[in-house]
Design a protein around this ligand. Structure first.
Ligand code: PLP
Length: 384
């Protein structure tokens, strides 16, 4: 599929058009080998030595993801956390990083604890305000600026292009957690990002049946080699079966995300006028603070993620989640089944998440069914 300029959705559907040269199979095998034979001349003509470094089953998923993001290379990891933390572990103790105050809670905790103890100087800023990032960057000392956009769980939106420019001028790299946007909606490298990170557990795989992560690099340079080495040294590689499932899931990435965006937009608009809802947080709503930036940066939709703040506070929010039938009460996001979560409960003490907030991950069920189910739950929770 290389000689034609096919759209990303076509590249994804056909996993770059791969056909097995021997069997003509349209789907690749799973390579289970953990090691590879050395040649008689003591070399490794296959380029493969040991499967803690890589595995042929990764090849398609990595090539496809790099193409979808418009990057030079991709690496799949054992989890989104191992992909994200590799970006910080590739720095040196004493380096300064600027990260969002509102971001995936587990990465935030790791940065505040392990990364800080290890010697990184971590500044948490309101990353939806470019001025706040500009003020925090220390030219020469700042080595990495991190964004998550839209950011969990209030979906604040950061200006990738403006921050990329600030980072570049200061000699820092820009990494973007684009788990929620996916390459369907935003390609951060086109806005100047150096690294794109995904929890591939979410939309890329899309079926809530693997834990996986991925990085995409704008360039295959010395820094990229370091990230590859960290994966091989720590052994934070993806399992072979998981890599195969990831590629299978990515084939339907475009229709799944497009469907989820349509439903999320419709649900956001309907719940914004619901008598038991105080506020809907969704970048697709014109009244949302990050809407204008999202409209500039996200093409074809505003993601399948939204949050509703329930009238009656924490008690009413938890009671609402308890009364749904179709929505499933579970953490995670980006799967074909819709999930609902009282987010403050899982983030725990110190969370910036409002206690009346329910996070919704919209799947591919019929949208009216999703509305009716949450509507009845809100009403029943309100009536005791
Ligand atoms: C935005 C975001 N980034 C990173 C992660 C971490 O990914 P994983 O659970 O695959 O380690 C998550 C997981 O929920 C997430 O939502």
């Amino acid at each position: 599929m290389k000689d034609k300029n096919f759209a990303p959705a076509s590249l994804a559907a056909q996993a770059m058009g791969w056909i097995d040269p021997v069997t003509k199979a349209v789907v690749p095998p799973i390579h289970m080998a953990s090691t590879y034979q050395r040649d008689e001349d003591n070399g490794y003509s296959s380029g493969r030595i040991y499967a803690r470094a890589d595995n042929p089953t990764f090849d398609q998923a990595e090539a496809t993801l790099a193409a979808l993001e418009g990057g030079a290379k991709a690496l799949v990891f054992s989890s989104g956390m191992s992909a994200a933390t590799a970006c910080f572990l590739a720095l040196s103790p004493g380096d300064h990083v600027v990260v969002p105050k509102v971001m995936y809670w587990s990465l935030r905790n790791w940065l505040a604890t392990f990364a800080t103890q290890w010697g990184l100087k971590v500044d948490f800023v309101e990353a939806e305000k470019t001025d706040a990032i500009a003020a925090a960057i220390r030219p020469g000392a700042t080595k990495l600026v991190w964004l998550e956009t839209p950011a969990n769980p209030t979906w604040t939106v950061s200006d990738i292009a403006a921050v990329a420019e600030l980072a570049r001028k200061a000699g820092a790299l820009l990494g973007v957690d684009s788990t929620v946007a996916t390459p369907v909606l935003t390609r951060p490298i086109e806005f100047g990002a150096d690294l794109v990170m995904h929890s591939a557990t979410k939309y890329l795989n899309g079926h809530s049946d693997i834990i996986a992560g991925a990085l995409v690099g704008a360039r295959e340079d010395a820094h990229w080699a370091k990230l590859r080495a960290i994966r091989a040294q720590l052994g934070t590689i993806l399992g072979q079966t998981e890599a195969w499932l990831l590629m299978r899931g990515m084939r339907t990435l475009y229709p799944r995300v497009q469907w989820a965006c349509r439903s999320a937009q419709s649900l956001a608009e309907k719940f914004a006028n619901h008598p038991m809802v105080a506020e809907v947080l969704y970048p697709g709503l014109p009244g949302f603070s990050g809407h204008a930036m999202a409209a500039k940066q996200m093409k074809g939709g505003f993601s399948g993620m939204l949050s509703v703040r329930v009238k009656g506070g924490e008690r009413a929010a938890i009671a609402t989640a308890a009364r749904v039938g179709l929505w499933k009460r579970a953490t995670s996001l980006g799967g074909v089944e819709s999930l609902i979560e009282h987010r403050a409960s899982i983030e725990g003490p110190g969370t910036p998440c409002p206690t009346d907030l329910l996070r919704l991950s919209v799947g591919v069920e019929e949208c009216n069914d999703l509305f009716d189910d949450l509507d009845q739950a809100l009403r029943r929770a309100h009536n005791g």
